[in-house]
Ligand binder design. Structure first.
Ligand code: B12
Ligand SMILES: *[C@@H]1O[C@H](CO)[C@@H](O)[C@H](O)[C@H]1NC(C)=O
Ligand SMILES: *[C@@H]1O[C@H](CO)[C@@H](O)[C@H](O)[C@H]1NC(C)=O
Ligand SMILES: *[C@@H]1O[C@H](CO)[C@@H](O)[C@H](O)[C@H]1NC(C)=O
Ligand SMILES: *[C@@H]1O[C@H](CO)[C@@H](O)[C@H](O)[C@H]1NC(C)=O
Length: 144
């Protein structure tokens, strides 16, 4: 009896596991990204893009650049980043607006979490942050 049960269970597992793996490894989720300029009085811009399973934010931004006409603007880059030796990509400009050391301005990375809706300030940059499926990414042009 228990032998039959065990073999039934393992067969059920074998049938289930490939389905779960397929979804997680090949799936992508929609994610919203809002551009906020808290210094100039510019209206917010919200874009929708896709993020692959456990993909980094920079990947979703690259996908947005490839697919969105507004964000893309005739193939000229609508966001730029510099490569920091220690910390990786530093987001320098978005839609032509660049951070400036002399003016103490920069693009701050914020996330409104899908879990509870509160806004957090990740302790890593765009190359390391891995958005959750319902995260709302906010790029906030601000002062330091
Ligand atoms: C000052 C500072 C800033 C300033 C830098 C202003 C300036 N031009 O001086 C500002 C406010 C711009 C900043 C922004 C951010 N920062 Co900062 N920052 C620091 C801090 C406190 C000191 C850096 C420093 O002056 N070092 C001394 C100088 C001589 O060395 P340096 O190599 O030239 O320093 C440069 C880099 O540190 C770079 N930098 C600063 N922050 C970051 C973040 C990333 C992701 C990258 C690639 C580069 C970078 O700017 C410095 C000047 O050019 C460090 C913590 C620490 N105590 O080290 C955190 C730190 C480096 N920052 C961090 C983070 C997470 C950020 C943000 C992503 C925060 C956010 N959620 O928005 C943003 C970057 C967003 C973007 N646009 O990509 C993390 C990086 C950890 C990681 N592994 O990614 C650190 C370690 C703090 C932490 N939370 O632990 N930051
Ligand atoms: C993105 O924003 C739109 C419009 O506000 C909303 O309908 C949609 O549910 C959001 N998508 C995600 C994944 O948060
Ligand atoms: C812009 O977006 C931010 C972050 O979601 C929000 O706090 C702010 O109220 C928005 N501003 C406008 C004018 O919609
Ligand atoms: C909301 O969720 C984030 C992580 O998803 C957590 O860091 C934060 O403490 C939570 N805030 C509240 C008020 O529960
Ligand atoms: C953007 O930065 C400003 C200034 O630090 C802050 O007041 C505002 O709350 C930030 N925007 C969001 C959406 O958190």
């Amino acid at each position: 009896m228990s032998l039959i049960m065990a073999s039934f269970l393992s067969t059920a597992l074998l049938l289930l596991v490939p389905g779960i793996l397929t979804e997680k490894e090949h799936g992508s989720n929609p994610i919203n990204l809002t551009i906020v300029n808290s210094i100039a009085d510019a209206p917010n811009e919200t874009y929708s893009t896709d993020i692959v399973y456990r993909g980094i934010l920079l990947g979703a931004m690259r996908r947005l650049h490839q697919t969105n006409a507004d964000f893309n603007d005739h193939c000229s880059s609508r966001f730029t980043y510099t490569e920091n030796f220690n910390y990786g990509p530093f987001l320098e400009s978005v839609n032509g607006v660049a951070g400036n050391n002399a003016e103490h301005t920069y693009w701050e990375l914020l996330v409104q979490t899908g879990k509870n809706g509160s806004v957090i300030r990740p302790d890593v940059g765009i190359g390391c942050y891995i958005p959750e499926p319902n995260d709302h990414i906010i790029l906030n042009f601000t002062k330091w």
